[in-house]
Each structure stands twice: as C-alpha cells, then as structure tokens.
Ligand binder design. Structure first.
Ligand code: NAD
Length: 260
C-alpha cells in the first residue's frame, strides 16, 4: 500500500498522467495534480478522486516549461505534504514536422517541457527523498526514447535525453532507498495521439477508425492501443518493495513496437 505517501504527477489533468494518478490513489497515495485545463473540470477531477479513493488531492497549475513555476509547485508540495515521495514526470507535448520546417519555438518548448522540467522536479524532490531514504521517480519517456520516427526530432531528442537523465538519477541514488526508472509507452489513445489520428484522417481521407488502424499498423504489432490503466499498474509496481532493485531501466510497454 502507498497510504501516507504523496505522489506528484505532472500533466495529470488528462491522459496517461490522470490514469497513473488514479492507479496510485487506488493504492492509497495522496495526490498532487498538475496540468492545464478548465478550473471547474480540474476541481471536479480533484473532488472525484477524493471521493472514490479517500485520499487527499491537491493541485498546482505550474506551467512546467518555466523553472520558476516548478519551484513554486514543489514549494506547494512541501507546504501541503512535507515533500514528494513519488514523483511522476509525465507532462509532455508533441509536434510533428520535418527538421528543416520545425518551428524553433516548438523545439524549445518540447525540450523545456519533455526534458528540462524533469531535471528541475528531480533536483527539487531528491533532498526530501534522500532524507527519508525512500522515494520513487518515474519518468514517462516513450518508445521514442529508444528508437526514432521521422518528423519527431524534438520529441525523440527529448525522450532519449530523459532516459539519460533517468540512468544518471538512478546511479546517484543507487545506494539509497530512492529509485528512478523510465516507462516507454507505444501508442496510447490520449488527446496527444488523437491529434495525430485526426491529421492522418485528414491527409489520407480516412474515417477516425480507419486512421487509428493505420497508425497502429505502421508501428505497433499488437494492433491495439496501450491504456493509461496498464501504465498505471506498471507505475504501481515500480513503487512496490519488489521493485527496489529496479534502477535506471527504460521499460517499454508498447504492443511489440521496439521488438521489431
Ligand atoms: P495528454 O496531452 O493527454 O496530456 C498531457 C498533460 O500534460 C495534460 O495534463 C496537459 O495539461 C499537461 N501539460 C502540457 N503542457 C504542460 C505544461 N507546460 N505545464 C504543465 N502541464 C502541461 O498527453 P499524454 O498522451 O497523456 O502524454 C503523457 C506523457 O506520456 C507525455 O510525456 C508523452 O510524451 C508520453 N507518451 C505518450 C504516448 C501516447 O501514445 N499518448 C506514448 C508515449 C509517451
């Protein structure tokens, strides 16, 4: 059980982050949510998680592309819960374009949100974890941290970088009760991916269902999406005692994507 522990999950107002938050709450962890969205909808997510799982649910709206807002978010966590026991670096964005057409500001935003933010949350979370001699840092990388796809230069670079950060963090904590690992999902049907489904449907004149099939057929041998619930279960496993000696891995859950 994770009762009494506090988990901060970046980008947990949607998609995979929300799925992982639910799984951790089901194990009893108190939550600090983060991410963008309508204030009323976020308040409802907080209230629903509190009612369903009986855990404390905080929220901080930091824009994690900005280091100063991450500092404020981590101070909020300290004030609310004493510190963060489980850090899930999940928030991420995507942009699809060839390198020579890639907007420079998109490159900067993807590196800031998908990579640099994880350095900032990690550096600010580690002192408390080391003091307690227990902690879990889980970085949501991607199959694109292990292999590349055309048109995704910034994303692939950031995710490969995040796996590097994961390994370094794991080494620096190797003789403590703190572990750091990365999860590398294949296609998961979230808003981030629905945009790519929509683009495929428009480009090839396909229905939504046909576009989803086409996307999966190209890369994911199972032909099925990975789900946020399945990723949540893996995150819970990384938090368990059984996973104490899992350190610095990049664990893919990808319907066979990287096996090819
Ligand atoms: P999503 O778009 O559904 O959710 C992203 C979340 O991040 C949202 O809560 C959003 O508000 C938040 N966010 C975005 N920019 C932010 C910022 N500047 N500051 C704070 N919060 C911000 O995306 P998702 O598909 O759930 O992706 C979650 C993570 O999983 C990302 O790191 C993504 O790269 C990774 N991933 C996704 C897939 C997939 O197929 N969906 C596959 C592999 C990896």
């Amino acid at each position: 059980t994770l009762r009494g522990k506090t988990a901060l999950i970046t980008g947990s107002t949607s998609g995979i982050g929300l799925g992982i938050a639910r799984s951790l709450a089901a194990e009893g962890a108190n939550l600090i949510l983060n991410g963008f969205g309508d204030a009323n909808e976020i308040a409802k997510i907080q209230a629903d998680l509190h009612t369903e799982f009986g855990v404390d649910v905080g929220y901080h709206g930091a824009d994690i592309s900005k280091a100063s807002e991450i500092v404020a978010m981590m101070s909020y966590a300290t004030a609310r819960a004493g510190g963060v026991d489980i850090l899930v670096n999940n928030a991420g964005i995507q942009h699809v374009a060839a390198i020579e057409d890639f907007p420079v500001e998109k490159w900067d935003a993807i590196i800031a949100i998908n990579l640099s933010s994880c350095f900032h949350t990690t550096r600010l979370a580690l002192p408390y974890m080391k003091e307690k001699n227990w902690g879990r840092i889980i970085n949501l990388a991607s199959v694109h941290g292990l292999v590349a796809s055309a048109q995704k230069s910034a994303y692939v670079a950031a995710k490969h970088g995040l796996i590097g950060l994961t390994k370094t963090t794991a080494l620096e904590t190797a003789q403590t009760g703190v572990t750091c690992n990365a999860i590398c999902p294949g296609w998961v049907l979230t808003p981030l991916v629905q945009k790519q489904v929509d683009a495929r449907a428009a480009k090839d004149n396909l229905s939504n269902e046909e576009a989803k099939k086409a996307l999966l057929a190209e890369k994911q041998p199972s032909g099925e999406f990975v789900t946020p619930e399945q990723l949540g279960a893996l995150a819970v496993f990384f938090c368990s005692d059984a996973a104490t000696q899992i350190r610095g891995v990049a664990w893919n859950m990808d319907g066979g994507w990287v096996a090819q």
